[in-house]
Design a protein around this ligand. Structure first.
Ligand code: CTP
Length: 396
């Protein structure tokens, strides 16, 4: 994705400027042409020579010294950029970009470029949270800038709060997302569930299942990379996917509530989660002691989320089966009023729970069946979104 892409990397005066060196190095190693632009304040934190050495290119520091091949620096760099990334972005550059100021090289490039701009803020938490900075960020978002939100953590000023520049991986993900040529899900809002639910027996035990959440997370990442606005409702908290809303839930009833709260404004719901069909009728307040020789736990049915939710969105389900795969899946497609179902034989080696690959047959409401070979879950995810992109009822 990054090979031969021209990335204008704008570095501004924050202590996080040192992280920009790692970012520049990562992008260069991935094959990108990184054109670094440093503000005067940035040069107080890190010297241009560092960036020049890492990117093997000259670093632009002011309006008045032309670079080789670039006659008018700000215009040429603005035109050459496939994407501009401001990382770290101070409150000052955010304010300047929000109001179209062009009083130095970097702000002039941002004003002059037609390329997408990614902004990774880094500053003191009070500066970040101040209403004026938040208004400026909202202005940028409204104009299509991509904001890679800062993280909560220990800040250079010794405070703990939101303001630490996002992880380099998160910034690189955002760049890949922007450069992805096929942004056919842009403007679509999707809600995806992932993982197996946990139904509490007592404070330490639950009834669960073998779902790893990998399929749901792959769906969420693929949709994000194709430009969709993604809400991921997941029982899995190990990896925190970037550039999407993640809602963490545990039980079937929490998942139902989270789906209800988000799906009404969605274009697509994909239920990739393995939702418990039964839960303990009561949850014991204290840990159950092993007094009894036989322990009976009474179970009651949970609500079927797909059957419960109503609305004008595409409904996509998964059918995890161990027998009569296609017949069971076809029945679920009809019973749950789905637009598409991914029939998933979980008995095949390398398919289903826990693996990185999956073997599914997609069955659509009009009876078409697509028997896909065993492939990485990310590729299965893209097949699902290919179908969605071709079959979406309403555009955003
Ligand atoms: N599903 C749901 N709510 C439930 C159970 C399942 O929304 N309480 C969704 C799953 O996320 C999946 C689809 O329904 O997309 C099919 O789930 P599956 O477990 O295969 O089927 P069930 O409907 O539970 O039927 P059975 O367990 O009898 O096979």
């Amino acid at each position: 994705m990054l090979t031969d892409k021209t990335i204008v990397l704008g570095i501004t005066g924050s202590i996080a400027a040192y992280k920009a060196a790692e970012l520049a190095s990562r992008l260069t190693k991935a094959g990108a042409k990184v054109e670094t632009v440093m503000t005067e304040a940035a040069q107080r934190f890190i010297v241009p020579l560092t960036l020049q050495s890492l990117t093997h290119r000259p670093v632009a520091c002011d309006m008045w010294t032309p670079l080789e091949n670039f006659s008018i620096t700000h215009v040429s760099l603005a035109q050459a950029a496939d994407v501009a990334v401001i990382a770290p972005a101070t409150a000052n550059i955010i304010a300047k970009m929000a109001y179209g100021l062009a009083d130095d090289l970097l702000s002039s490039i941002v004003l002059a470029t037609k390329a997408p701009v990614i902004v990774a803020p880094a500053m003191n938490n009070n500066m970040y949270e101040s209403s004026v900075t938040q208004e400026n960020i909202a202005r940028l978002r409204a104009r299509g800038f991509v904001i890679v939100e800062p993280e909560i953590g220990h800040l250079a000023c010794n405070a703990i709060g939101k303001g630490r520049m996002a992880d380099i991986d998160t910034v690189v993900d955002a760049i890949n997302m922007i450069l992805r040529r096929e942004r056919d899900m842009a403007g679509k809002r999707v809600v995806i569930t992932a993982g197996g639910t946990r139904e509490p027996i007592d404070p330490v035990r639950f009834i669960g299942n073998r779902s790893s959440g990998k399929m749901g997370h792959a769906l969420a990442e693929a949709a994000r990379d194709r430009g969709a606005d993604v809400t991921l409702i997941s029982t899995v908290s190990l990896s925190q996917p970037s550039n999407m809303r993640v809602v963490h839930v545990e039980s079937a009833s929490q998942m139902l509530e989270a789906v209800m709260q988000t799906v009404w404004q969605a274009d697509v719901l994909v239920m990739a989660a393995a939702v418990a069909d039964y839960r303990p009728k009561t949850t014991q307040e204290n840990k159950i002691k092993k007094d009894a020789a036989v322990l009976n736990i009474e179970l009651e049915r949970t609500l079927d989320i797909l059957a419960e939710v109503e609305g004008d969105f595409l409904r996509i389900g998964f059918a995890a089966e161990t027998e009569n795969l296609l017949d069971n899946a076809r029945k679920k497609l009809v019973d749950k009023r789905l637009d598409l179902i991914a029939a998933n034989d979980v008995t095949i080696a390398g398919s289903g729970f826990g693996s990185d690959t999956n073997k599914v047959t997609l069955i659509s409401r009009d009876g078409k069946e697509y028997d896909l070979p065993l492939m990485p879950k990310r590729d299965v995810a893209d097949k699902v979104w290919d179908w969605v992109a071709a079959n979406t009822r309403r555009a955003a």
